[in-house]
Design a protein around this ligand. Structure first.
Ligand SMILES: Cc1cc2nc3c(=O)[nH]c(=O)nc-3n(C[C@H](O)[C@H](O)[C@H](O)COP(=O)(O)OP(=O)(O)OC[C@H]3O[C@@H](n4cnc5c(N)ncnc54)[C@H](O)[C@@H]3O)c2cc1C
Length: 427
């Protein structure tokens, strides 16, 4: 990251603007965009409201898709991140207590041997599990070597005024950060309750699910063997993701009242309930840290762009946590936006114009809609007790286990590799 002096020298090259681009929200999506713009020739300011210590302390863990890993590899941050992630080499998909299990392996996707294109020769994986703090810290470390990026933190954007040739931002901060800046383009990476989106008058559509999500970390007695589980119970999907040091992340979706009851149980009772869904295959389980409950919603912004503004990540869309797609969509958004902006900049176009930004919206809106619809479909399909549907979906799982092409296309979708490949991921 640049010092203020270096940035002031660069700023003088940007006529009438403090920076070319302001990213509001330094979560993983916003920080990834800043990293992706390293060699863009644009001056970038990343504005984050939370102090650094709070931002990295968030106890979340994410499924990181193969597409996201390729994007991080192309940006140049993968070698830092990869040793700290847990790869999973098998996915086991099942329907409640039905014994039929669909098993996915890397060979089902055509990945047979060691992955030579990764910096460390690694066994093929179907995805990775990343802890929030580790991922965010690695991105922030990478930004230390990005002289075109300045990090304003903690600083909150409290007002945005869109002018014909730029955007004026007012900031609130307790430190010596400027109270106002002027930029060509604002990127809203400020999360699901995006103030930037709301104040720009961009509406959304969607709904709250009848479910909440409980997340917890456990330590099983037996090795997790780098297997990811997704088990569909009528009350909602239940996922187990492997973490380093033989820990596992539980993502457990249940109707609101049941989720609140589960969250209020003492540790022993909670573990008993967990074992009823989890089974005994990993021996004794113990809880690590707190449990958190989140409401689950589907949200899609009616548009992703206005002149001088682009929405990315949760500011543009939120989906059901089944399949762990949310963050991955945001990472794909920023890879697409960075590509569109950099090409426009090279061709001398106005990066803040609708003409340019429409290319980003055209690229990502339908792809995101497909994932939002698919996760919604999965949740509804497997939460249904209607006997013909139960029989039909169990037959579907049997077919998927038996038919290689079905597995291949399901995996392509789950890993993000069915989406349009941004240039940064073409390596
Ligand atoms: C229970 C649960 C499980 C999930 N599991 C997965 C998973 O396995 N895989 C996956 O891919 N996704 C998962 N997700 C989704 C994932 O958490 C989100 O998609 C992702 O965190 C969104 O990142 P973001 O950077 O867009 O937004 P956020 O993480 O919300 O970051 C927004 C940032 O903007 C800052 N900010 C807000 N307003 C301002 C302002 N005015 N000025 C300055 N800064 C501001 C905030 O402080 C924050 O740091 C899950 C979600 C839930 C609820």
């Amino acid at each position: 990251m640049a010092t203020t002096l270096q940035l002031q020298q660069q700023k003088s090259t940007v006529q009438g603007y403090d920076y070319d681009l302001a990213i509001v929200g330094g979560g993983i999506v916003g920080a990834t965009l800043a990293c992706a713009l390293k060699d863009s020739g644009l001056t970038v300011v990343l504005i984050e409201a939370q102090p650094h210590s709070e931002a990295v302390a968030k106890g979340q863990a994410y499924n990181l898709s193969l597409m996201s890993s390729r994007i991080y590899q192309g940006i140049g941050v993968w070698s830092e991140i990869e040793p700290k992630l847990t790869p999973y080499q098998q996915i086991r998909l099942s329907d409640a207590d039905c014994p039929q299990v669909v098993q996915f392996f890397p060979k089902d996707l055509g990945l047979h041997s060691l992955q030579p294109h990764f910096p460390r020769k690694t066994a093929p994986a179907l995805g990775y599990v990343a802890e929030h703090g580790i991922l965010l810290q690695a991105l922030q470390d990478f930004l230390q070597d990005c002289p075109n990026v300045e990090w304003l933190c903690p600083a909150k954007v409290i007002r945005t005024a869109y002018e014909t040739d730029g955007v004026h931002l007012d900031l609130a901060s307790s430190s010596d950060i400027p109270a106002a800046i002027r930029v060509r383009l604002v990127v809203a990476a400020d999360g699901a309750r995006s103030q930037i989106r709301e104040k720009a008058g961009i509406g959304t559509h969607g709904w709250q699910y009848w479910q909440s999500c409980i997340v917890a970390t456990i330590s099983p007695e037996k090795p997790h063997s780098n297997i990811a589980y997704e088990r569909f119970w009528p009350s909602g999907p239940f996922a187990i993701l492997p973490l380093p040091s033989n820990r596992c992340r539980i993502v457990w979706t249940a109707p609101h009242a049941e989720a609140q009851t589960l969250a209020a149980l003492d540790d022993t009772q909670f573990l008993q309930e967990l074992r009823r869904r989890y089974g005994d295959q990993m021996g004794q389980l113990s809880l690590i840290g707190d449990r958190f409950v989140f409401p689950v919603k589907l949200m899609h912004a009616n548009r992703y762009i206005l002149p001088g503004l682009a929405l990315v990540g949760d500011a543009a869309h939120c989906c059901h946590p089944v399949g762990g797609q949310g963050l991955n969509l945001g990472i794909q958004d920023v890879a697409a936006l960075a590509e569109v902006i950099m090409i426009a900049q090279q061709q001398g176009e106005d990066i803040a114009s609708l003409r340019v930004l429409k290319r980003y919206q055209r690229w990502r809106r339908l792809e995101n809609l497909a994932t939002l619809s698919f996760t919604d479909f999965l949740d509804r399909l497997f939460s249904n007790h209607w006997l013909p549907l139960v029989v039909g979906r169990r037959l579907g799982l049997r077919l998927m286990q038996a038919l290689q092409p079905l597995k291949f296309y399901a995996l392509k979708f789950m890993t993000g590799l069915s989406s349009r490949l941004p240039k940064v991921a073409q390596n």
